[in-house]
Every structure is written in C-alpha cells, then in structure tokens.
Design a protein around this ligand. Structure first.
Ligand SMILES: [Zn+2]
Ligand SMILES: [Zn+2]
Length: 113
C-alpha cells in the first residue's frame, strides 16, 4: 500500500459504537460518488481527505460500503440521533442518560469546534 502523506488536520472518525445510532440515507437511493465517500452521503458536498468525516463500514443487502460526510451534515445527523435516542432506549431515563446518549452528546460538542 502506498504511504499517504500525513493530513494537515485531524481526520475525524465516528466511534464504531455510535455509528449504528446515526441514520444514513438508503444505499439504493445514492449516487456512486456518495456510496464510495467522494461526496457527502447526506448533502452531496465534494469531500477531501481533510474535510471528510468517516462514518465507518456498513453492509446493506450484502454490499459493503464506507460512507463519509461533511462536518455540517454530520453535525445535524448526530444532533438528531442524540435528540431521538432516549425515546427508543430502555436504559435512558430523565434522571440518568445512558453511555450512548452521553457519547452522542460529546460527539456533537466535538463537531461544533
Ligand atoms: Zn454534507
Ligand atoms: Zn440511552
């Protein structure tokens, strides 16, 4: 494998444990550029190695794909995942939020920087 130049900024990756909580568009509705991470999976913005946020590996109908996204779209997807999470979670209560809910919140703060 050729050695990649070190990125000038830190490439952000969504922690694997949080990936299943973030809703992605359906694979069959996406253009080829979006399915291979050349464009933001949500908004279609052109991505570079420095701006792309890695959304991990996904398998849909036997197809393995690696979506990436721009920071702005990732932020809104993570915000919606965080806000909707407690409704679906059996571990969250108004008094105590679970680890996933806390991690989604921390991730959102990180994306705001
Ligand atoms: Zn985007
Ligand atoms: Zn929870």
């Amino acid at each position: 494998m050729p050695e990649m130049p070190a990125p000038t900024t830190h490439l952000m990756e969504i922690p694997a444990a949080l990936v299943p909580h973030i809703v992605l568009p359906r694979l069959e509705l996406l253009s080829e550029a979006r399915t291979r991470g050349a464009e933001c999976v949500w908004g279609g913005e052109r991505l570079t190695g420095e701006t792309a946020i890695d959304l991990g590996a996904h398998t849909d109908n036997g197809v393995r794909w690696f979506p990436r996204a721009c920071r702005r779209c990732t932020r809104s997807a993570v915000r919606s995942a965080r806000d909707k999470h407690p409704d679906r979670c059996t571990e969250c209560s108004p008094a105590a939020l679970c680890d996933i809910r806390r991690a989604l919140h921390d991730l959102l703060l990180e994306l705001r920087r």
